[in-house]
Design a protein around this ligand. Structure first.
Ligand code: CTP
Ligand code: MG
Length: 247
């Protein structure tokens, strides 16, 4: 990516890296937080942090759990463009807290990129697609097509089938016009957080009726959710990246 051309744009982008979740689906072995679990010599959250920190004009906000304030003291290198903040009880609350921090610290932010640090394998070409669309679309998400048939139903009975060709799996990173995202969150908070949105394009769609632009995500952009996903992540580093990812 041509950093020089983009410098002016990058300094107007805030990047929210989410690492404040409770990992309840990850392990039954106690309180292992997946984002701080070592994956081939590096904690999972750090893959995303190192990736985004390479672009020194970004304003990066890492959102961590409330009882983790001191955890970075042990880290070897803390990027200069990083602000660490405490998250909330839900993903939506963690994003909202980050938005408040951005609003307080920066006057010149026009765009916001949000990424789950539970997705360690973000690649340059995906960030490039986001950046090249960020000025033209108020809401953008990485997404991929679905390979299996899709049924909709409940209690183990399918009630209808959904045309697979018109479905997407929604990933992160996602990107937004900052004011639209912020306004959507103010509406969300004023409604007393009744709905749980599992990503931010769905929240912006709900409050602003804005249809997100989908850019090509990737299968390896998967989210580490269960322990099997963690084993798969290990395999990806060894076999797909031949041990060289993020070193
Ligand atoms: N996240 C967050 N704050 C929360 C909840 C989630 O910052 N209160 C972050 C997670 O750290 C993760 C991303 O949002 O990077 C996606 O969430 P998910 O995969 O659901 O992680 P957890 O909520 O930690 O997992 P679980 O739902 O199994 O408890
Ligand atoms: Mg969750």
């Amino acid at each position: 990516m041509n950093k020089k051309i983009y410098n002016n744009l990058f300094s107007r982008i805030a990047v929210i890296l989410l690492a404040a979740g409770k990992s309840s689906r990850f392990s039954n072995k106690g309180n292992v937080l997946k984002q701080f679990t070592e994956l081939e010599g590096k904690q999972i959250y750090r893959y995303s942090l190192d990736f985004f920190a390479r672009y020194t004009d970004f304003n990066i906000f890492l959102v961590i759990p409330a009882n983790y304030q001191n955890f970075l003291h042990k880290e070897k290198s803390i990027p200069k463009n990083l602000t660490i903040i405490e998250g909330g009880d839900t993903r939506n609350e963690s994003v909202y807290k980050a938005l408040l921090a951005i609003k307080k610290l920066h006057k010149n932010i026009d765009y916001c990129i949000i990424h789950d640090t539970a997705r360690p394998f973000i690649e340059t070409k995906i960030l490039e697609s986001i950046i090249s669309n960020i000025e033209n679309y108020p809401s953008i998400t990485a997404g991929i097509n679905v390979n299996d048939s899709i049924g909709y139903g409940k209690d183990n009975i399918i009630e209808k089938y959904i045309d697979r060709d018109n479905t997407y799996l929604i990933q992160t990173p996602q990107a937004f016009n900052f004011n639209i995202l912020y306004d959507s969150y103010l509406e969300f908070i004023s409604e007393n957080k009744k709905i749980n949105f599992t990503d931010d394009t769905s929240l912006v769609f709900h409050y602003k009726n804005i249809k997100p632009k989908i850019i090509d995500g990737s299968k390896i952009l998967f989210k580490v959710t269960t322990y099997e996903d963690f084993l798969y992540a290990k395999f990806i580093i060894k076999e797909f990246y031949k041990g060289n990812y993020g070193n």
